[in-house]
Design a protein around this ligand. Structure first.
Ligand SMILES: *[C@@H]1O[C@H](CO)[C@@H](O)[C@H](O)[C@H]1NC(C)=O
Ligand SMILES: *[C@@H]1O[C@H](CO)[C@@H](O)[C@H](O)[C@H]1NC(C)=O
Ligand SMILES: [Cu+2]
Length: 339
């Protein structure tokens, strides 16, 4: 595994308290149009379903009706309009890096009206999923890490085969840090009403009830993600539909190419490049910002571990507990704790 040294210059490194909040999908962006997302039980009209999750916490159960659209969820009152084949950006609020796990997206047809639909009758079809994105990097990269590194945003695409109509999009991450214990996985489902347009013909007439998506003993639900180190991860839930997505994020799809070295002593972090992990960023590009989530000393060096399969870089600091982010050549590099 190639490794790149970054010298983070203390004066320029911003020290931040470690973010530990959980999150919700607070906004949705489709073709440049913004829609408010989830808002707990606020009375603001939105396409996002309301739920009793004012603590931004996880659904109280993996198998009862609170798993469908989060705790005591009630339907959103509006719709996000999206053409089949188009992508939807789901903007999460703060998300803790420690809460690693898959990102999943499902659709369920509502019939005529999602705003009055009975959630216990919704039948969900998985339209995309991503789990352990890179098992060989150190630290490993989960889909939740990609969401964080993509400005806390997850992008999903409505398959172009989907027939026009009203659907509930069930977007979810499952945090696995405690999933080695029975019932320890934490699901954070978020539902959003969609009005799908286009000329697809698949109306998803059969799917899986929300309460039957997972069991407590699924290999992707009851799983210790730390030991022994996973070589693969079985994403829970039904199979992705034909024509569905693999969860590839736009920020991760740039071709990996280029090598070289460069430094910029006036920027907040300078680094040399020696691998193909930097996509199309020019060899001399320099980090333009860096931040650390815990104390980083003047001489801290952080290693960038290549992620050639995605073009993103994972950067780890030699200071235990530190996490650094850096931006270079328009690309954002997220730095994780040294293992
Ligand atoms: C990052 O996400 C926030 C919303 O969570 C949005 O307002 C902001 O424009 C996004 N930044 C970029 C660079 O996309
Ligand atoms: C170094 O980085 C800073 C901050 O991004 C930038 O303003 C400056 O132009 C860079 N200098 C060189 C020589 O690249
Ligand atoms: Cu938590």
């Amino acid at each position: 595994m190639s490794s790149i040294k970054i010298s983070a210059l203390l004066g320029a490194v911003t020290l931040l308290a470690k973010a530990n909040a959980h999150g919700i999908v607070s906004g949705i962006l489709v073709e440049g149009k913004y829609y408010p997302g989830q808002s707990h039980y606020s009375t603001e009209p939105s396409a996002g379903w309301k739920a009793d999750n004012g603590d931004n916490g996880f659904a109280s159960s993996l198998t009862d009706e609170n798993i469908i659209c989060h705790n005591s969820a009630v339907p959103g009152t509006q719709y996000v309009t999206v053409a089949a084949g188009s992508s939807i950006e789901l903007q999460w609020t703060a998300w803790p890096e420690s809460h690693k796990g898959p990102m999943l997206d499902y659709l369920a047809p509502c019939g005529d009206d999602c705003t009055t639909v009975d959630k216990t009758e919704l039948q969900f079809t998985k339209i995309d999923e991503a789990g352990l994105v890179d098992a060989t990097s150190s630290p490993q990269v989960w889909a939740s890490d990609e969401m964080i590194s993509n400005n806390n945003t997850w992008v999903t695409t409505i398959p172009d085969s989907i027939a026009p109509g009203k659907y509930v999009l069930r977007h979810e991450t499952i945090a696995l840090h405690a999933a080695g214990d029975s019932n320890g996985a934490q699901a954070y489902p978020q539902c959003i009403n969609l009005e799908v347009t286009g000329s697809g013909t698949n109306s998803l007439s059969s799917g899986t009830l929300g309460t039957e998506l997972y069991t407590l003993t699924d290999p992707g639900i009851l799983v210790n993600i730390y030991y022994p180190i996973l070589t693969s991860y079985e994403i829970p839930g039904p199979a992705v539909m034909a024509g569905g997505g693999s969860g590839t994020q736009p920020s991760a799809s740039a071709p990996a190419s280029g090598s070289g070295s460069g430094s910029n002593s006036t920027s907040t972090a300078a680094f040399s490049r020696s691998s193909s992990a930097f996509g199309s960023a020019p060899p001399s590009s320099s980090a333009t910002s860096a931040s650390a989530s815990s104390a980083v000393s003047a001489t801290t060096s952080v290693a960038v571990t290549a992620r050639p399969t995605t073009g993103n870089a994972v950067v780890s600091s030699t200071t235990s507990g530190a996490a650094v982010t850096a931006t270079a050549g328009g690309r954002k590099f997220v730095c994780y704790e040294e293992l």
